[in-house]
Design a protein around this ligand. Structure first.
Ligand code: ADP
Ligand code: MG
Length: 545
């Protein structure tokens, strides 16, 4: 049968496509980069699956990407000999399964008109074809299957699916270019886009030049196998873009080769911009595992969740190529790599904090709340993390614990903190008055994660963390800047007032005491339990919801 069936796009996807078709974009080149990136992923997937299942290669081991411009038909076709898609996969992947990135991208595209270069970062690169094409056909046959299918859409509400008589293994994306996008049929244009964005793709990218001939237009070697000194910042930027979808300069690059018991190459980046899914509840890491240049998986926990923003590749020399994804879960080699690479990433962050304070602060502002998750999840490295954390405080922004300890007042025995929803609220708290009067610095903890780690934190350099809302006696030992002389008469009057208040409040309070912690406000509420006020509020909110 050759009848076509029609399918509706999922609502967010329809919105996205409407945007693609109706907006004017300045950086249209990105579509080619995204489609090549998908083709390369498809080749990687086939190469991996063929290790366990060689007949998937169907006797044709060639893994290539071919770009074919056709000036008569005004089409640009990107073909790969990769894994391909089944009927269901075409329907799911290209339009009906909602992805969290779709909504996020639509929102940011509305805010920043004309800016599409981020599209790959949101996991929706395929749709960028509609920036230049009025109609897109996807012909695909999954490796090992007999049946091929064509997905087709003009970017308005729906797409069609049609069975195809025969097709080579893999996928062809046929873009029916709009009149204003015909420049993408020119060899020079295609070559320049590929050189700019896709040179590092580890599979050959061929440009079809007519008469069944094609020439290779990328250098096709895995960037991480090259010597450090042979890689330019532009090449790093391009590769980082390929794996993260974010084509801006990485804030930190880590490239080295580990030798010894386990041999592997590491090429990791810290993005300079906040990834849109940084706070996804799944907290998924995205480091790609390769074994001897063969892509294996990107969902192996190669780094702890609190380093999930680190992107890149780890390529092992000595793991078995036919390792299954299940075997990776409890693999001792993976565990050893995770341990060593985690330490390396933390020490690299520390180095940055010592050599370039401004750059480090910028990273801290983006990733600080995520790194702090490590303070209660990774006890083994808590001391390392203590060296990395920065806080807002009553004396300034982004003080380190080392700075804090250096500024301790005489007789000060604890690191004081105040948790609050934001810094402005924290600074206005009457709880701080007594500390201000004594010039004692107080850390202002304003991230939700703070209430969690600080409870289990034992202390830093022998000084416990102590909430200003807990305990009260400490301040008596620290001399205030201009302390009032003891006044027995006033003290007696205060005691009478406290007793009266206590009687009036009855059951609602445990005690009413005079205190040195206030200098301007008349009263404040304190807690005598170990439970901190902000945490208490947070927990009661959770119970309610
Ligand atoms: P992402 O690549 O981030 O997953 P895309 O929108 O670029 O998002 O692609 C969506 C999905 O469609 C891919 O994850 C993949 O499953 C499928 N896909 C796209 N292009 C190809 C291709 N050339 N071969 C096989 N599958 C593809
Ligand atoms: Mg993609």
């Amino acid at each position: 049968a050759t009848t076509a069936t029609s399918h509706q796009f999922q609502a967010e996807v329809a919105k996205l496509l409407h945007l693609m078709v109706h907006s004017v974009y300045s950086d249209r080149d990105v579509f080619l980069r995204e489609l090549i990136s998908n083709a390369a992923d498809a080749l990687d997937k086939l190469r991996y699956e063929a290790i366990a299942n060689p007949q998937l290669l169907e006797g044709q081991p060639d893994l290539t990407i071919t770009i074919t411009p056709d000036k008569e038909k005004k089409t640009l076709t990107i073909t790969d000999t990769g894994i391909g898609m089944s009927e269901q996969e075409l329907i799911d992947n290209l339009g009906t399964i909602a992805k969290s990135g779709t909504q996020a991208f639509v929102e940011q595209a509305k805010a920043k008109q004309g800016d599409v270069h981020l599209i790959g970062q949101f996991g929706i690169g395929f749709y960028s074809g509609f920036i230049v094409a009025g109609k897109v056909d996807v012909i695909s046959r999954r490796a090992g299957s007999d049946q091929a299918w064509m997905w087709s859409s003009d970017g308005s509400g729906s797409f069609t699916m049609t069975p195809v008589e025969s097709a080579p293994r893999g996928t062809s994306i046929v873009l029916h270019l709009r009149e204003d996008a015909l420049e993408f049929l020119e060899d020079w244009k295609i070559e320049s886009v590929v050189r700019t964005y896709s040179d590092h793709i580890a599979h050959p990218i061929m440009l079809s030049v007519g008469n069944e001939t094609a020439k290779q237009i990328n250098s096709a070697n895995a960037i991480w196998t090259r010597a450090k000194s042979d890689i330019t910042p532009e090449q790093h930027k391009e590769f980082f873009g390929h794996i993260s979808g974010n084509y801006s300069d990485p804030a930190l690059t880590l490239h080295y080769r580990a030798e010894g018991r386990n041999e592997y190459t590491v090429l990791l980046y810290v993005p300079g911009e906040r990834p849109f899914d940084l706070y996804d509840p799944e907290r998924r890491g995205r480091q790609k595992l390769y074994v001897k240049r063969v892509y294996i998986a990107d969902d192996v926990e190669l780094l702890p969740a609190y380093l999930r923003f680190v992107r890149g590749v780890i390529d092992s020399e000595d793991m078995p190529l036919n390792i299954s994804r299940e075997m990776l879960q409890n693999n001792p080699q993976v565990a050893a790599i995770r341990k060593a690479v985690t330490n390396k990433v933390l020490s690299e962050l520390k180095k940055l904090s010592e050599t370039d304070d401004a750059a480090y602060r910028k990273l801290w502002e983006i990733y600080g709340p995520v790194l702090k998750e490590g303070l209660y999840e990774d006890m083994e490295r808590r001391d390392q993390l203590y060296e990395l954390v920065r806080f807002k405080s009553t004396k300034g922004d982004w003080v380190s614990l080392k700075d804090y300890i250096a500024g301790l007042k005489e007789n000060q025995t604890a690191i004081y903190y105040l948790t609050a929803e934001d810094a402005a609220k924290a600074k206005a708290s009457p709880q701080l008055e007594g500390y201000k009067a004594r010039d004692v610095e107080v850390l202002l903890l304003t991230d939700p994660v703070d209430s969690f780690w600080v409870r289990t934190a034992l202390g830093y350099e022998g000084k416990p963390f102590k909430s200003v809302t807990q305990g009260s006696a400490d301040l008596d030992l620290i001399v205030a800047k201009d302390e009032a002389k003891p006044d027995a008469a006033a003290d007696a009057e205060t005691a009478v007032l406290a007793a009266a208040l206590k009687q009036a409040l009855g059951e609602r309070v445990k005690d009413v005491r005079s205190s040195k912690r206030l200098t301007e406000s008349a009263v404040c509420i304190v807690n005598d339990s170990m439970m901190d006020r902000t945490l208490e509020k947070l927990l009661s909110r959770q119970k309610d919801s």
